[in-house]
Write a protein that binds this ligand. Structure first.
Ligand SMILES: C[S@@+](CC[C@H](N)C(=O)[O-])C[C@H]1O[C@@H](n2cnc3c(N)ncnc32)[C@H](O)[C@@H]1O
Length: 232
């Protein structure tokens, strides 16, 4: 049977990032699994769309040195596994943890990690506010909360100099201003905002990179839910 047309696009995306044939095969299996598993927690299931919406978008962070060089990465609010699983496939030397609070999504994630052969990825079924590990190099997060909440979520889990990388759409000055205040309180600071177009004609994408510049005060993390309920 001839390869479906989306495989051509997957090869092109993989070439852009220097991924080998084995990685392409893993990402293809992941796309097929998201298409075929009725419990996949995403509305974007068609591989012809998901190859860009999920794979190219997740891998776009490979343009950042701190992501390519990270030894430890947490995907906060991993959902169906994006951006964490494609990053784990692309960066086999990095240990990737997929943090997700909803049990049925964690079950899906466990199967997706196996299907993708991502031996360097594991699932942590927990809220980020209760997750105990520290000293991560990178927290990666797409579509979870406003930037001000994300800096509060990420700061306690990062090492000094570690980075939060947040996938956002067009820059939003109000969201940025709110996040600047929150970042100060938790020891984080905006390093840069990188504008990307994952492919011609696609939605605008901004990767916000925050750096942990000071120790986070011991009162963080606050109780589960507080960051959203009473933003800093
Ligand atoms: C809209 S989905 C995005 C999923 C994925 N990152 C993506 O972009 O396709 C947000 C996910 O974050 C999870 N989530 C939200 N707040 C969380 C928290 N405090 N700790 C852990 N997971 C959380 C939700 O359960 C949900 O699966």
């Amino acid at each position: 049977m001839p390869a479906p047309p989306w495989m051509d696009r997957l090869h092109a995306v993989a070439d852009q990032h220097g991924l080998d044939a084995a990685s392409v095969a893993r990402l293809a299996r992941l796309l097929e699994f998201v298409r075929d598993d009725p419990t996949a927690p995403t509305t974007v299931r068609d591989p012809a769309v998901a190859v860009d919406a999920h794979i190219a978008d997740s891998l776009s962070a490979l343009s950042l040195d701190e992501v390519r060089e990270a030894q430890t990465i947490a995907d906060l609010g991993a959902g169906a596994g994006f951006p964490g699983i494609p990053l784990a496939v692309a960066l086999p030397a990095a240990a990737v943890v997929l943090i997700e609070s909803v049990g049925r999504k964690c079950a899906f994630l466990g199967r997706a990690v196996e299907v993708a052969g991502a031996a360097n990825a594991r699932v942590a079924c927990a809220r980020i506010e209760e997750w105990p590990e520290r000293d991560l190099d990178v927290v990666a997060v797409r579509a979870v909360a406003p930037l001000g909440v994300l800096v509060e979520y990420a700061a306690p889990a990062l090492r000094l100099g570690g980075r939060l990388v947040a996938w956002k759409g067009r820059p939003d000055p109000l969201e940025e201003t709110a996040a600047a205040g929150a970042a100060r309180e938790v020891g984080m600071e905006l390093a840069r905002a990188v504008g990307l177009t994952p492919r011609p004609g696609a939605d605008h994408r901004t990767l916000y990179v925050y750096s942990k510049v000071r120790e986070t005060p011991a009162k963080f993390p606050r109780r589960p839910g507080m960051a959203r309920k009473r933003p800093l």
